[in-house]
Design a protein around this ligand. Structure first.
Ligand SMILES: Cc1cc2nc3c(=O)[nH]c(=O)nc-3n(C[C@H](O)[C@H](O)[C@H](O)COP(=O)(O)OP(=O)(O)OC[C@H]3O[C@@H](n4cnc5c(N)ncnc54)[C@H](O)[C@@H]3O)c2cc1C
Ligand code: FES
Ligand code: FES
Length: 1313
């Protein structure tokens, strides 16, 4: 399915470990006995090709294509604006398509479940879900009632009636209907094969591995004798990652999926027996049916298992085996604790022997126990019916609610003496605690015979904490949190059972207090309801003029059909080599030796490239300290590139890279945290008179990985003459790639042609880091005279590249009793990593944006960029503002706490109000800031909801709600694009061809933000021709030289001006012809123009300029940005984007889990050129912001090794994390004189508003603390994870854990901050 075997490029490779869903395909199998075809989604990256014998695989190409017919799923995803960079889109299409093949009219619950295993880093999921909703049975109205209105009838009063607003970004009238009869049929030859061919053992021999697929149990048992060490492989989601990422090798693999005994489904007198090879999805369906069919009393075990299955992995992962999950005995199995607690039995077989053992036995002595012999296989699992007086429950808490391995989980069961609350039998099992599932056996024995009451509860918790000894943290996880969860889960079980006892006998059992009841309900992911409101174009605008309309992304359909080409999809070049980087495993060390002898002997290996192969510059000095291509003598972080292997395939290159031996001598110091670091530069400061001091505080803000779905990718192709080289790179800045590669090869820049078609997400991470990686590939291509492709694996990408800068901020804030802030004194410490990159600029921007939306009369701020032995941190959407703004809003909240006023009052009091100056003396008109704030207050119905939340919190003890509204002033400036390392300008080149078609190119990069779509809209308006006559091919240094980077929200502003300029020049030249024939068409005019110049001379004659024009934009409307750091004064920004967001959340105080209930965003983006694209940017950035502030946590070892290396460990927001109600409104009647068509650059601003969720969570925690009489002042750091929320909602359970820990050393040192 990959590019190189059958050239089907649609299926994408985002992680390789089953965690992102980019590689989703549909598998169809035919079962001759039932004559049924089964369709299911699977992650191609883990799917062994041999397991597909007899199955049909449908990739996105099979669903539809622009060459044949586009499928409704593809069409709607594109037209609903559900793709931005498009890298996740084929996977999304396949998940939706598979669901529709099985359920042509799915419920919204089924739809949302189908997408749980697919990640998107760009869109924020809302538009994807909009497309999904069009296939669902239910109404697509928002069902919002807070304003007493539904989204479908809000239009009238949302805005001033004079302004025409629209709430529709697409028209369902355009959609083709879904016609299930048009779908691909199951290949008849496979059906015949399944019916006619007797089932026989299949054996496939590969280069190193043999795959054996037996068809009978006896055969399987024989194979187990012959190959006792061979794993049984069904879904390969357990074995596959070990082989791919942990270097495990199995010469023989046995695939038992076709054996009937392992696929049984049998109801017996006492329960249900299910084959070990049944998929988890099938088990889910069977249990769902059984629950509907049998009396409640009998199905409590089924319900508890089903509870875990709902959130276990994503749909693709649930399509793997039941037995594999159990038998791996991993501590992260969500099923094992509940199955073991429920007395499930395992049916095992080996040659000549069958036996049944209690499931709990396999955990008796830890993971390595011999309860199951190597010759034994698990045939089936018996799940018993529950009995009268028996209660079962399962719990889990994970870093993300869905598609995330648990931090801790549990299965619990109690059986009472008949008619009493006396414990007859109790089982408690935990997962996530130690290496495998563990049983609190002694606790259960001690409690047998006891009444189910508070005393029992207290003792149970203390006993559990004593019995389950957790080792110190090895992977950055907090042991205290796990312990707290263990007792909190038991408490939750206690409540559940107490409530059930009351239902059974209300006279004898009091049940639980009313206000405790809500905690018994888990958070569920529902289909979000959303609304987007924008100002429509005026009635006088020509219907052909696309500016201001929600035009679909120019590549949207190609994203959805998989035809859009990314670097890894480029066809192989003859003789092409693959490159694998060898990186440092030490944070700071001298390189004593590099032994490449074993690597060079590897199959298919061509060469090893080191620093000695760099013809010219290995170090780049953008400031005093260098950026380095290959380490020379010394390494300064884990993940630094030491050398690289080039081989004939990706696999061979990686195998050989693992064989390179590097000897190190450790160097001191190894600095990983800000506290112990030095500084790159003397501090930067702005000084003002500080007059007052009342409150001081500190906040730590963790880093963030870009996690673009397309990892760093490049292809270097030497052209064989004049030292020319073509570079195809996934970058935001082709000019800097050209410059760095030319410098490293020692050739003039005019020999290096850098081409960028599109980028699968960048977010700031594909500039300097990409330049270094492209230089590695180019040096290898130069040395070998072959084309060299470098596609970083997700793991390498996470380890090698840096991310957003972690900050520690210390501040003092002075204020009056009435909430007026009079002075702020803040110091920022920024973890820059091992080289400068953009760190100093990030620090500068963070100081310039420190005021957010507030007028602070006396302000003193400092920023220190700290040099550490971590990978160099770099640009990331928002560029220092997300961190700086969070600090600001934190001291605002502190003032609220101290004065007893509400945070929104403090915000209002201190907000910029009239024309005034910022702290660096730039003029500011805050009118639209205030409008955004007021509209947000009104549209979110803040005041009434605040009252409702207070009421909810009074009535609920273990669940609390919180709400926060945050304003934003986001200064936009050319400061970044004009900086030394991004020197350049924007330019466009427009060609008109003799047939009237137009080829447009400009310096901007398409990375999902829709810049090409907007540029075509601009050209269409200027030339007055339809968008369909204009084509964009690629961004290249050959057409637009020295262009500035696509960064800082500036792409449309600067390139749009250049496109406009170029088009206007062309139109001016055509004027004489147009004047002569004013009623003619565009093609008439071009034909007349052509007749005036001799076509074959076009390229040589001076008239060639007639049909091509270059547009330039050297700065924005002549605005001269500057900043005098000595004086602390300047005009660093061109204009300001304003906004406000209100978010509401609900937290579970027992686990720290939370749910985003509702967000309302108002954003002033001037006159939007494309409201669909702009709203998409706001929502996508906002959801990324939720990631930074509440979820995405980087964990390092104390040696500086990153633990969080892929989607398994590093959780970016998924479908389950977006607000249940999500509305975005663009402020109407806003003009911006400084940018094209009065628009504003919007790529970054929405990010910061994600912090409204952070402060809503803080609000909820505050209400917990107030109710419990806990200390009023408390500090929260970012990300505000479940662990932190739980720790701040202190109660008897956290106290118990703390008591047990008396005197112990804290385990979770925040390495990396
Ligand atoms: C991205 C991702 C997310 C996940 N999320 C979760 C989660 O949230 N919760 C959770 O609980 N799990 C999760 N998992 C784990 C997943 O559920 C298991 O990997 C899966 O159930 C194993 O089944 P398999 O068919 O893929 O096993 P395989 O990889 O095919 O086999 C796994 C092991 O089981 C053994 N085995 C399999 N069948 C038998 C048998 N019949 N007899 C004896 N031995 C056998 C094999 O020898 C092998 O050692 C996740 C996995 C991934 C990759
Ligand atoms: S690439 Fe397969 S799930 Fe990520
Ligand atoms: S559009 Fe989903 S990752 Fe870019």
């Amino acid at each position: 399915m990959t590019t190189f075997s059958v050239c089907l490029t649609g299926t994408k490779y985002g992680c390789g470990g089953g965690g992102c869903g980019a590689c989703t395909v549909m598998i169809s199998t035919y079962e001759p006995a039932s004559k049924k075809i089964r369709h299911y989604s699977a992650n191609a990256c883990l799917l062994p090709i041999c397991s597909l014998y007899g199955a049909a695989v449908t990739t996105v190409e099979g669903v539809g294509s622009t060459k044949t017919r586009i499928h409704p799923v593809q069409e709607r995803l594109a037209k609903c604006h559900g793709s931005q960079c498009g890298f996740c889109t084929p996977g999304m299409v396949m998940s939706i398509y598979t669901l529709l093949r099985n359920h042509p009219e799915p419920t919204s619950e089924q739809m949302i479940a189908a997408l749980a295993g697919n990640l998107c880093r760009c869109t924020g999921y809302r538009p994807i879900l909009d497309a999904c909703k069009t296939f669902c049975k239910e109404s697509i109205c928002c069902q919002r009632k807070a304003n007493g209105k539904c989204c479908l009838d809000q239009e009238d009063d949302l805005f001033d009636n004079k302004e025409k607003v629209s709430t529709s970004l697409f028209s369902t009238d355009e959609f083709q209907p879904l016609d299930p009869t048009q779908e691909l049929i199951f290949p008849p030859e496979l059906m015949r094969m399944a019916e006619n061919q007797p089932k026989r053992t299949l054996v496939f021999h590969g280069e190193r591995v043999t795959w054996i697929s037996p068809v009978s149990l006896d055969e399987l048992l024989d194979l187990k004798i012959a190959h006792p060490k061979a794993p049984l492989v069904v879904g390969n989601t357990g074995v596959g990652p070990d082989v791919k990422f942990r270097g495990v090798f199995h010469p023989v693999l046995i695939a038992p999926a076709r054996i009937p005994d392992l696929n049984v489904l049998k109801y017996t007198n006492d329960g249900l027996t299910l084959g070990a090879a049944c998929s988890l999805s099938l088990v889910k369906d069977i249990l769902t049916n059984a629950i509907a069919e049998f009396p409640e009393e009998k199905t409590r075990v089924f319900c508890a298992v089903l509870q875990q299955l709902r959130t276990l992995g994503g749909e693709q992962i649930r399509n793997v085996s039941f037995g594999g999950n159990i038998i791996s005995r991993k501590s992260t199995s969500d099923l094992n604790p509940v199955l073991a607690a429920s007395n499930c039995m395992l049916n095992l077989a080996s040659r000549g022997q069958k036996r049944q053992i209690p499931m709990s036995d396999i955990f008796a002595d830890g993971v390595g126990n011999n309860t199951i012999t190597p010759e034994e296989v698990l045939v089936s699992i018996h799940i018993p019916y529950s009995r009268k007086g028996e209660y079962v429950a399962a719990f889990r808490q994970a870093p993300r609610r869905e598609n995330a391995l648990p931090i801790t989980n549990a299965g619990m069961r109690v059986l009472f003496e008949e008619g009493t609350d006396i414990i007859k039998d109790l089982s408690i099992f935990y997962g996530g605690a130690v290496l495998t599932t563990v049983c609190a056996k002694q606790t259960c024995q001690t409690l047998t015979g006891r009444h189910w009451n508070e005393q029992m509860l207290d003792e149970a918790c203390r006993l559990v904490l004593k019995e389950i000894a957790l080792p110190g943290s090895t992977d950055g996880e907090n042991v205290d949190y796990k312990k707290t969860l263990m007792v909190s889960f038991f408490y939750r079980f206690f409540l559940e059972v107490s409530q059930s006892l009351k239902t059974m006998d209300p006279c004898h059992f009091p049940g639980i207090p009313m206000e405790y009841g809500s905690v018994l309900k888990d958070f569920k992911t529902r289909m979000p309801q959303s609304i987007q409101i924008y100002q429509d174009v005026g009635p006088s605008q020509s219907p052909q003029d696309p500016v201001g309309r929600p035009v679909m992304h120019q590549s949207g359909i190609k994203h959805a059909t998989g035809e859009a080409v990314y670097i890894d999809d480029l066809p192989p070049v003859d003789g092409e080599l693959f490159l694998a980087a060898v990186t440092s495993s030490r944070a700071h060390a001298k390189i004593v030796s590099i032994d490449t002898s074993e690597a060079l002997k590897g199959a298919g290996v061509f060469d090893v490239i080191t620093v000695h192969d760099v013809p010219a510059a290995n170090e780049f000095y953008f400031s005093d300290d260098p950026e380095i291509i290959f380490a020379r003598n010394e390494v300064i972080c884990v993940g630094q590139i030491v050398c690289a292997v080039v081989a004939d395939s990706d696999v061979h290159a990686k195998q050989a890279a693992a064989k390179v031996k590097i000897e190190y001598e450790m160097l001191e110091p190894v600095i990983l945290t800000i506290e112990f670091s030095g500084s790159f530069l003397p501090s930067i400061s702005l000084s003002y008179n500080c007059v007052f001091l009342i409150r001081s505080g500190e906040i730590c803000i963790g880093g963030q990985k870009h996690f673009y779905m397309e990892t760093q990718s490049m292809l270097a192709v030497p052209k064989g003459e004049d030292e020319e080289m073509d570079l195809y790179v996934s970058t935001q800045h082709p000019a800097i790639i050209q410059e760095m590669v030319a410098a490293s090869l020692g050739v003039p820049a005019n020999r290096i042609m850098c081409h960028v078609k599109r980028v699968g997400g960048a977010f700031g991470g594909k500039i300097l880091r990409t330049g270094l990686l492209a230089s590695v590939a180019a040096v290898a291509a130069n040395k070998t005279s072959r084309a060299v492709r470098l596609i970083l694996s997700r793991e390498d990408d996470m380890v090698i590249t840096g991310g957003r800068h972690p900050f520690i901020a210390k501040y003092k804030v002075g204020f009056m009793n009435d909430g007026r802030i009079t002075a702020v004194d803040a110091k920022y410490y920024v973890n820059g990593g091992c080289t400068p990159d953009e760190s100093v600029l990030v620090a500068e921007v963070s100081l310039l944006k420190i005021d957010n939306a507030y007028k602070i009369p006396n302000l003193r701020c400092w920023a220190y960029v700290c040099k550490t032995n971590l990978p160099s941190n770099t640009a990331f959407r928002g560029f220092g503002f997300p961190q700086s703004g969070l600090v600001t809003e934190t001291w605002i909240t502190d003032v609220a706490d101290k004065t007893g006023l509400s945070p929104e009052k403090i915000r209002e009091i201190n907000m910029y109000k009239k024309n005034e100056q910022t702290h660096f003396k730039q003029k500011l008109d805050p009118q639209n800031l205030i409008r955004c704030w007021n509209e947000c207050m009104e549209k979110s119905a803040y005041c009434s909801r605040r009252t409702a939340i207070n009421e909810f919190n009074k009535q609920n003890y273990w669940k609390k709600r919180g709400i926060a509204i945050v304003p934003m002033k986001f200064p936009f400036g050319d400061l970044l694009t004009g900086k030394a390392d991004h020197q350049g300008f924007a330019a466009a080149l427009v060609h008109i061809y003799t047939d009237g078609s137009v080829l447009l190119t400009h310096g901007g990069i398409e990375m999902g933000q829709g810049i090409h779509t907007k540029m075509i809209q601009v050209a269409s308006r200027e030339l007055n021709i339809p968008m369909s006559s204009i084509h964009f091919c690629e961004t290249s240094t050959t057409t637009v030289p020295n262009a500035c980077a696509s960064i800082g929200s500036a792409g449309t502003d600067v390139n749009g001006m250049a496109v406009k300029d170029a088009c206007q020049t062309l139109l001016k030249r055509l004027q004489p012809i147009i004047k002569k024939n004013p009623t003619g068409t565009w093609n008439d005019w071009i034909a007349q123009a052509v007749s005036k110049v001799c076509a074959y001379l076009l390229c040589y004659n001076e008239n060639c300029g007639q049909f091509s024009s270059c547009g330039l934009c050297s700065s924005i409307r002549g605005y001269n940005e500057y900043m005098d750091w000595e004086k602390g004064e300047g005009h660093p920004f061109t204009y300001f984007i304003f906004g406000a967001a209100c978010s509401e959340v609900e937290i579970n105080c027992l686990t720290g889990d939370h749910k985003n209930l509702r967000t309302d965003i108002i954003m002033d983006i001037g006159c939007s050129i494309n409201p669909a694209v702009d709203i998409g940017q706001i929502e996508g950035a906002f959801v990324q912001g939720i990631g930074l502030y509440t979820m995405e946590e980087l964990k390092y070892s104390s040696e500086g090794v990153l633990y969080t290396r892929g989607p398994d460990q590093y959780k970016i927001p998924a479908v389950c994390d977006i607000p249940e109600q999500f509305s975005v409104s663009l402020l109407s009647s806003s003009q911006n004189p400084y940018a094209i068509y009065a628009s504003k650059g919007i790529g970054e601003a929405g990010f910061f508003l994600g912090c409204s969720v952070f402060f809503a969570l803080r609000d909820a925690v505050t209400s917990v603390r107030n109710e419990r009489g806990l200390k009023k002042t408390f500090a929260l750091n970012s990300p505000l994870t479940a662990e932190q929320i739980r720790a701040n909602c202190a109660d008897a359970f956290t106290e118990m854990v703390r008591e047990g820990e008396e005197g112990s050393v804290p385990v979770n040192i925040k390495v990396g901050l």
